[in-house]
Design a protein around this ligand. Structure first.
Ligand SMILES: Cc1cc2nc3c(=O)[nH]c(=O)nc-3n(C[C@H](O)[C@H](O)[C@H](O)COP(=O)(O)O)c2cc1C
Length: 263
């Protein structure tokens, strides 16, 4: 990363900062946590499962997890990535279809494949339990993913407006007001591709730094926007199914998603 590229990103964000009464953004000395230290903490705490995104773990780390009796779950957005994770020795894989909200969890090849197609193609030659993610908004969607061969499903967008969710008030209001088809894929907030509702940041930030630099550079903007209730500057992560999302308690939303025992 050249100083000129950093300066260009700072210049691009400066007017948005000014609107929130903030000085132009600067990069902190430390832009991300120490992964090796975090990994040691996981081994010490020994959770039942450890799931990860954005890459593979080294074989030694997979072996350390399994040796500690921790279920190891990777994330893939394509057949190629799922095969690499299978060779890596994970116990299961989250398959993230193209409709999913939030960050794309892959690292090598992502062509935003439709979820059911992705599940079927991975299960053709991988003998690995699959957790299906992306665009699952009701029981029929969940049933379709299970019928395609998934062992479990993962839902994000369906719970964004749950009473118990930490979704901020401006984020909730933006979700309630959004028309179908209002999501975009953007690197503007973090430097990594993610799906969310379009807003001024996704429209106006054209030259983000790579992850995790951009993530660090936009941290103050996001925090100030949350305090000020300004959704146009917030990361509004949401999947393509967002317009089918509902309000309600997590238990009520789970009932909408729960497939009947029989087909
Ligand atoms: C608001 C939000 C935050 C997310 N944060 C993460 C995260 O921190 N790590 C991760 O692996 N996936 C994250 N995801 C992606 C989900 O794990 C999952 O792949 C996705 O929500 C499934 O698609 P759906 O949103 O259409 O249900 C996030 C998704 C949303 C909507």
């Amino acid at each position: 990363m050249t100083p000129e590229e950093v300066a260009a990103s700072q210049t691009e964000l400066a007017p948005l900062h000014a609107e929130l009464g903030l000085p132009a953004p600067t990069l902190p000395e430390r832009v991300q946590e120490d992964f090796a230290a975090q990994f040691q903490a996981v081994l010490k705490v020994r959770p039942a499962a450890f799931s990860f995104a954005f890459g593979r773990l080294g074989a030694d780390r997979v072996a350390a997890l399994r040796g500690a009796g921790i279920l190891c779950i990777g994330t893939a957005t394509s057949h190629l990535e799922a095969s690499a994770l299978a060779r890596n020795g994970v116990d299961a894989v989250v398959l993230q279809g193209g409709a999913a909200g939030g960050h794309r969890g892959g690292w090598a090849h992502d062509d935003l494949t439709e979820l059911l197609f992705l599940i079927r193609s991975v299960l053709l030659d991988a003998n690995l339990p699959v957790i299906a993610a992306g665009g699952l908004m009701d029981a029929a969607d969940v049933r379709a993913a299970l019928n395609a061969g998934a062992s479990l499903v993962q839902c994000g967008t369906a719970f964004l407006r749950a009473t118990e969710a930490g979704t901020s008030a401006p984020y909730r209001a933006a979700l309630a007001a959004a028309e179908p088809g209002q999501t975009v894929l953007t690197c503007a907030f973090s430097g990594r591709l993610a799906r969310g509702l379009a807003n001024r940041v996704t429209a106006e930030v054209a030259s983000p730094l790579p992850y995790p630099l951009q993530n660090a550079l936009t941290r103050d903007l996001r925090a100030a926007a949350a305090r000020a209730g300004r959704a146009e500057f917030l990361s509004l992560w949401a999947g393509e199914g967002h317009a089918r999302g509902r309000e309600g308690t997590a238990a009520e939303l789970l009932r909408i998603l729960w497939p009947e025992e029989t087909e």
